[in-house]
Design a protein around this ligand. Structure first.
Ligand SMILES: Nc1ncnc2c1ncn2[C@@H]1O[C@H](COP(=O)(O)OP(=O)(O)O)[C@@H](O)[C@H]1O
Ligand SMILES: [Mg+2]
Length: 531
């Protein structure tokens, strides 16, 4: 019996005229006139693209096409024609197997196509994921993804897409209604960085690969090295691959491991519910979505690492990238130690062009220009600028803070202040450990860069920053965990070590002093934490 059925894989199209019944009640002549135009557009474009109208309903139609492409091209032409005649029609297309009778089509694909159409807006063309699959490689058909939906009485979830073309209406993904409901997706909330990224092409390429291959990637490095900045850039680069959302969760204010899950749930808008933990709620929201979660500043709550591991394990499509001064040490994790920006080697001839090719110099000069409009890298100051960047180890935050001083200081005066701070170190007591000596000196030099009022504002912050042990900066050549080597303070000179060795700087200090420095003002009030 089954063998006699005419089963075919086709593109099923549903259309209907929105508001037809109301229009007929209000103005029957106009209603009939619009319906005639609608039917004539349907017939003309079905003929042109090899479609067959199987059923005409009062204010709608069901038809089939040999391919999704034929159906989409016909749908676009139908909408273009009807747009000029002010006839509001919705169109939905789905590809699937149907049983073809002379007067009707049957099968799941028919019901699904009807549900897909129910989500279309007047003037729009809605596609199911299987219709989209057939045309996704066509460069001449614009498509917008609208999210994942649970269709009424349909077993599997569907991704819905809208055709974007001249004369076709594209719906707002947040306001779709139809027979079924949209799955909640992650908030796509990447912050907008205040300035363009300088350098880092190789680092980003490595991170993109790592994030594709590993469930958890941790970008490590001391404060100010650029972890937050690069993870935001990574999120932007990966966004097209993570269609269910790229969520950025700033954890700078979360200091207690117990507050980690509440903060995460809050950021993802997961509410407490009876009979499930917040962790379960977050895992249920993400489910099997292809989503990217960026957890910034995890270092204060690394002991919440098991929560991160659990989440990564229960959500197969999820990738987590964290930033932290220390790795989480969980099995799924790959660490990427982020080095400061590349510096010109001491042997460089310091020509302005060759210097600007080094990201550390480029960042300093760019921020210097912001501080003082007339500042430029010139042959006369090139050597001094390169020396300042080397003194600051290419650390982005240090470069930004120093460059801000160009408003009041010449590059020479800036270099002198840095030198002075470093001399304090060499003249200091010899019996304290090398690492602490270096730390003290770098805090001193960073302090010496501030104006008097800023120094006063900082005075409360320094003691706590001295207590916090900063992490050494390393310049790894490959994304493998770097073993912190001893500080390579050179006893024979007042310079910090050359590239590719571990160093300590004052910017590994507490967040409070970082934000004080970064804003050049008092620390911002912290967001009240709910316990
Ligand atoms: N590659 C870069 N290009 C431009 N600015 C950068 C770059 N890296 C860091 N910065 C800036 O330097 C400062 C410190 O970077 P940030 O990402 O906050 O460091 P971290 O998160 O490691 O403490 C920020 O103002 C940031 O915008
Ligand atoms: Mg940060």
């Amino acid at each position: 019996m089954n063998e006699r059925l005419n089963r075919r894989l086709v593109a099923v199209m549903f259309t209907d005229m929105v508001g037809y019944t109301a229009l007929m009640q209000a103005d029957e002549r106009l209603g009939l006139d619009k319906r005639d135009r609608y039917m004539s557009a349907l017939e003309g474009h079905h003929d042109a693209f090899g479609g067959t109208i199987v059923q005409r309903l009062g204010d709608g139609s069901m038809s089939m096409f040999p391919s999704a492409l034929a159906a989409v091209l016909a749908a676009v032409e139908i909408q273009r024609e009807l747009a000029t005649e002010d006839v509001p029609v919705r169109i939905g297309v789905h590809v699937g197997e149907v049983v073809v009778d002379p007067e009707r089509l049957t099968g799941d694909a028919v019901n699904i196509a009807a549900r897909i159409e129910s989500f279309a807006v007047p003037g729009g063309v809605m596609l199911s994921d299987s219709a989209y699959d057939q045309i996704k490689n066509r460069s001449d058909v614009g498509i917008v993804r609208l999210g994942r939906f649970r269709l009424k009485h349909v077993g599997r979830p569907f991704d819905l897409y809208a055709v974007a073309a001249d004369g076709v209406v594209v719906p707002d993904p947040g306001a779709l209604e139809g027979k079924g409901e949209q799955f909640a997706s992650l908030p796509s909330n990447l912050p907008d960085p205040p300035a363009a990224l300088v350098g880092r092409p190789a680092e980003l390429a490595s991170l993109v690969e790592l994030a594709r291959e590993h469930r958890v990637v941790t970008i490590t490095g001391p404060g100010g090295v650029g972890k937050t900045r690069i993870v935001i850039e990574l999120g932007r680069l990966l966004a097209p691959e993570f269609l269910d959302g790229v969520a950025f969760v700033a954890l700078a204010d979360v200091t207690e491991p117990a507050d980690f899950l509440p903060a995460l749930a809050d950021a993802l808008d997961v509410k407490e519910a009876e009979g499930r933990t917040l962790g379960d709620g977050v895992a249920a929201l993400i489910g099997d979505k292809k989503a990217l979660l960026l957890l910034d500043n995890l270092e204060q709550v690394v002991s919440a690492a098991s929560e991160v591991a659990g989440l990564a394990e229960s959500c197969p499509g999820l990738r987590i990238v964290t930033t932290s001064r220390t790795p989480l040490r969980i099995a799924a994790e790959r660490e990427y130690p982020l080095a400061p920006l590349e510096l010109p080697p001491p042997s460089d001839t310091d020509s302005t062009e060759s210097l600007m090719a080094y990201p550390a110099v480029a960042l300093f000069v760019e921020r210097g220009r912001k501080a003082r409009g007339s500042f430029e890298l010139m042959p006369e100051n090139a050597g001094v600028v390169a020396a300042v960047c080397r003194r600051l180890d290419g650390l982005p935050l240090a470069l930004e803070l120093a460059a801000a001083r160009l408003r009041l200081l010449s590059p020479e005066a800036l270099l002198e202040r840095l030198d002075h701070a470093l001399q304090v170190l060499t003249s200091g007591p010899r019996d304290i450990p090398e690492r602490q000596q270096t730390l003290r000196a770098t805090i001193d030099w960073s302090h010496s860069l501030l104006s008097e009022s800023e120094q006063r504002a900082c005075s409360g912050a320094w003691p706590s920053s001295r207590e916090g042990a900063p992490s050494p900066i390393s310049r790894p050549s490959a994304p493998t965990p770097a073993r912190p080597s001893s500080t390579s303070w050179s006893r024979s000179s007042t310079r910090l070590s050359s590239r590719r060795t571990a160093r300590v700087t004052g910017f590994g200090c507490s967040r409070r002093s970082e934000s004080t420095l970064a804003n050049g003002s008092r620390p911002r009030a912290r967001r009240a934490r709910s316990r």
